[in-house]
Design a protein around this ligand. Structure first.
Ligand code: HEM
Length: 358
């Protein structure tokens, strides 16, 4: 099987961003580590969102759409996080990251132009949320004020993709309207948080709580938990765990309102960012990487190891967040990272096996 090498430099920048952000995440948890660059610890969130995921998501779109200009956004975000980390006194990195999100919105505009459908519009709204969050951050808003826009970027991007895949279940018009209302509640909450943080975060939390409930009836993942194909079953478990965490985060925001820092801030954010987003990545990797690189990924039962480790350690971290057990929180966070690193190692191993098989 012939490896498509073109996406590799972009993937390299994205994975390097992930590793840098993981390092910074450990520092933020309180592990004593060398700083690498003075600004890295404070850039943990932006590097995760724009440097790693923004690059990966726009790269996947560029590869699917087969248009050269669409490779500009992943290049901008891949270089942007690096410059932001290396040259913290210059605004260049932040500007490149913002331009990357502008490019991301341009890609989605083209996608909506080609196919105007609920799932493309949902992803388009996600790209606008990324752009808005980055613009506000560039103009000096604090991260805790804009982080829900970044969350909306990831949640709406993934929700749009799930909606597309759920078309096989043919959701009724009523269910589609319901989906639109839930997304509307979530977005209204995210925007309202700019003016009234408590009210906005609670409202967006309600949206996050309702989304997984909607999925129970409309997402094929729940039906595939006992699928006879091992890969399909594994993907379904990744999605199901992720959706449960989305609901938990929504419930926490609805119940406790907004936090600007500290353990509860950590819990609400990472129930989504680790529990939902990383779990979705675990589930989508066996589909995305073959599409990007042209190499199949062989399913290994060992994939369940990093999946279970991720969710068990996240549960420990979030319990620790609410019971003020800082050592457990530090170890939970560290084990989240170990799960992600094992996932990367397993993916590389499976790609190599796929190449040899070809
Ligand atoms: C996997 C291991 C991870 C660890 C150990 C970690 C650790 C942390 C810590 C300790 C904080 C500060 C919370 C506080 O104020 O007390 C934080 C904030 C944040 N994290 Fe993570 N994180 C991880 C993964 C992620 C992922 C996957 C994402 C995004 C997809 C993410 C995005 C963010 C964001 C946006 C913030 C807010 C940043 C800020 O306010 O400066 N994190 N993280």
């Amino acid at each position: 099987m012939k490896l498509n090498r073109f996406p590799i430099p972009f993937l390299f920048l994205a994975i390097l961003g992930l590793l840098a952000a993981l390092w910074a995440g450990l520092m933020r948890l309180g592990w004593q580590l060398p700083a690498l660059t003075p600004s890295l610890a404070m850039l943990h969130g932006p590097v995760m969102i724009s440097g790693f995921l923004g690059t990966l998501i726009t790269l996947e779109r560029a590869a699917a759409m087969k248009q050269k200009w669409m490779y500009a956004p992943p290049l901008l975000s891949g270089l942007g996080w690096l410059l932001a980390a290396i040259l913290p006194n210059l605004p260049l990195g932040v500007i490149l990251l913002t331009l990357a999100s502008l490019g991301g919105a341009a890609i989605l505009t083209e996608i909506v132009r080609r196919e105007f459908a609920p799932h493309t519009v949902t992803m388009f709204l996600g790209s606008l949320a990324w752009l808005t969050g980055n613009l506000l951050w560039m103009f000096g808003w604090q991260i805790y004020q804009v982080v829900f826009f970044w969350m909306a970027f990831l949640v709406l991007t993934i929700a749009g993709e799930r909606l597309e895949l759920s078309r096989v279940l043919r959701p009724t018009q009523m269910q589609q309207i319901l989906f639109g209302i839930i997304v509307g509640i979530f977005i209204t909450g995210v925007v309202a948080a700019l003016f009234n943080l408590q009210l906005g975060v609670r409202l967006s939390g309600l949206g996050l709580l309702l989304l997984p409930l909607w999925s129970l009836r409309n997402d094929i993942a729940w039906r595939n938990l006992r699928h006879k194909l091992p890969l399909t079953r594994y993907i379904a478990w990744c999605l199901a765990f992720g959706l449960i965490w989305l609901g938990i985060s929504g419930g926490l925001s609805l119940g406790f309102g907004a936090q600007a820092a500290g353990p509860r801030y950590d819990a609400v954010l990472h129930a989504v960012f680790v529990g939902f987003v990383i779990s979705m990545i675990f589930g989508h990797a066996p589909i995305i990487f073959p599409a990007l690189l042209g190499i199949p990924i062989n399913f290994q039962p060992a994939f369940y190891f990093h999946l279970v480790l991720l969710h068990v350690s996240l549960l420990a971290r979030i319990i620790a967040d609410y019971t003020n057990q800082s050592a457990l929180r530090m170890w939970g966070g560290l084990m989240n990272e170990v799960a992600i690193l094992i996932f990367i190692a397993m993916t590389v191993y499976s790609v190599r096996k796929g190449m040899q098989a070809g």
